[in-house]
Design a binder for this molecule. Structure first.
Ligand code: ATR
Length: 275
């Protein structure tokens, strides 16, 4: 049992109905590995209570908060000072507090990119074509990050108008197009929360198209990503699920909260996989 003292630094994640979250496992692993007297907890609240809960936690001395569904946009509006990464993503997943000011930051984009680098340390996104499946908040944050590269992005979504909304949002920054059927690209990013990609549905990706891509990322983890990535592995395509992104976005978040550099060890990857 972890020793909690009057000096224990508290950090955590705030969201709605997020008791499933694996973030405490990751951050508490680092606290223990680096022998820091700290604890990372999970806080559930509602949209109506978000602001007062965040202020309450900060006034009680919490050192930092990760923000997850569905509050990342609310946190963006609410932060007094936002980092460039937060501005780029138009969303905030990390909050800190100093001199009555709320600081908002975002580590999702770099987490996504470092997950790609985990798949291939030599990856070069320039001149690559990328198919994004889905057009929700996660797709938007990933496209925002990808916009700094010389890439061509296609968005395939059940509701075409939502894909077109993202095209309008990003077309001044990156070459981007909405599509109504899958096409061959270098990288496929699956951002919907579908458990399986249904055969015959708009977002079903036939094997011959999948086979042409070098990498596939499904941002779901656990069972959610299972079937799609099993097919990718069978076809010999480098792939990873959202647990790698979860780990990679947690590294800069932990550093942001604790001023302590950390690493993702194989032991931590295995702990997460078996949890
Ligand atoms: P997130 O923030 O995780 O991206 P979201 O904003 O709710 O979540 O977006 C979920 C995405 O998954 C949407 O693009 C949604 O498609 P629609 O725009 O058509 O709603 C997609 N999605 C969810 N369930 C789906 C399903 N059964 N079939 C196809 N797409 C689905």
């Amino acid at each position: 049992m972890k020793h909690i003292s009057g000096h224990t630094k508290i950090s955590g994640v705030i969201g709605e109905n997020i008791s499933y979250t694996k973030s405490p496992l990751i951050h508490n692993y680092w606290y223990s590995q680096h022998q820091i007297d700290g604890a990372y907890l999970c806080f559930n609240t509602s949209s109506e209570r978000f602001k007062e809960t965040v202020y309450g936690l900060f006034y009680a001395g919490i050192i930092g908060l990760n923000v997850t569904v569905p509050f990342k946009e609310l946190a963006f509006d609410f932060a007094h000072i936002r980092s460039d990464a937060a501005e780029q993503a138009q969303s905030v997943n990390c909050l800190t507090f100093k001199d009555n000011q709320i600081y908002g930051h975002n580590t999702d984009g770099i987490g996504f990119y470092n997950a790609l680098k985990y798949l291939d340390p030599k990856i070069d996104l320039n001149n690559k074509e990328i198919l994004i499946i889905g057009a929700g908040g996660a797709a938007s944050a990933i496209i925002a990050y990808l916009s700094q590269f010389n890439v061509k992005i296609y968005i395939l979504n059940r509701t075409l108008s939502k894909a077109e909304d993202l095209v309008n949002k990003f077309s001044s920054q990156v070459v981007i197009q909405a599509v109504t059927s899958p096409l061959s690209v270098d990288l496929i990013v699956q951002t919907t929360n579908l458990k399986t990609i249904e055969t015959g549905s708009i977002i079903d990706i036939p094997d011959d198209i999948m086979q042409k891509s070098y990498y596939i990322i499904d941002i779901n983890y656990g069972d959610g990503a299972g079937e799609f990535l099993k097919r990718a592995s069978k076809l010999g395509i480098k792939n990873c699920d959202g647990s790698e992104m979860l780990l990679q976005q947690a590294v800069p978040a932990f550093e942001f909260f604790n001023n302590q550099p950390v690493e993702i060890t194989d032991n931590l990857r295995n702990l997460l996989k078996n949890s």
